[in-house]
Design a protein around this ligand. Structure first.
Ligand code: 5GP
Length: 189
């Protein structure tokens, strides 16, 4: 069986990556989301092994030593990583795997898997992004401020992605991403 694609989705905090990915998975049954490991605390409503596999720093570092992560990075003081076995198993089964990772992780994936599909999601405006970040209301004011700083740096990085998608409207943005995925599927067949 042909190996599945790897689809990397990045973008500033609060831009709506989770909503887009949820919708993509509803519409396309061949897509599978690779649940990452993280040392950050769960937000209210987040489920273990569904949103993230929540780990202690010790557990995370032991997994790094065992080379269990395809990539990993420190984002805003917490560690995040993609489990190599989750990605490889799904791709071997012919499923196309979606990763939601930051720009540092995307760089590592680019070096290891150059034929992955790289998509960067942007907000229609800075005000709109600020509004969405505040609306989520799950971060402390300090956390929100440092995420905004990181977002500025990340936005400058968008040009390194082959696809930049504006999340002005969820259904429209999802259609655009589905088209990118369809094109990539045709390219490999
Ligand atoms: P959040 O704490 O808002 O869920 O995620 C913070 C940032 O970490 C986001 O930019 C998200 O894309 C990124 N992230 C989530 N999982 C991973 C991962 O496995 N690896 C890397 N490098 N970044 C991740």
């Amino acid at each position: 069986m042909k190996q599945g694609l790897l689809i990397v989705i990045s973008g500033p905090s609060g831009v709506g990556k989770d909503t887009l990915i949820r919708r993509l998975l509803e519409l396309d049954r061949n897509l599978v989301y690779s649940v990452s490991g993280t040392t950050r605390q769960p937000r209210p409503g987040e489920k273990r092994d569904e949103n993230y596999t929540f780990l202690t720093r010790e557990q995370f570092e032991a997994l790094v030593k065992k080379r269990a992560f395809l990539e990993h990075a420190n984002y805003n003081g917490h560690l995040y990583g993609t489990f190599r076995d989750r990605v490889e198993r799904a791709r071997r089964e012919g499923r196309d795997v979606v990763l939601k990772i930051d720009i540092q992780g995307a760089e590592q994936v680019r070096r290891r898997i150059p034929d992955a599909v790289f998509i960067f999601v942007v907000a229609p405006s800075e005000e709109e992004l600020k509004h969405r970040q505040e609306e989520r209301g799950s971060e402390s004011p300090q956390d929100l401020a440092s995420r905004r700083e990181i977002a500025k740096h990340e936005m400058a990085y968008a040009q390194n992605y082959e696809h930049v998608v504006m999340n002005d409207d969820v259904e429209r943005a999802v259609r655009e991403i589905r088209q990118i995925i369809e094109d990539a599927r045709l390219r490999v067949t």
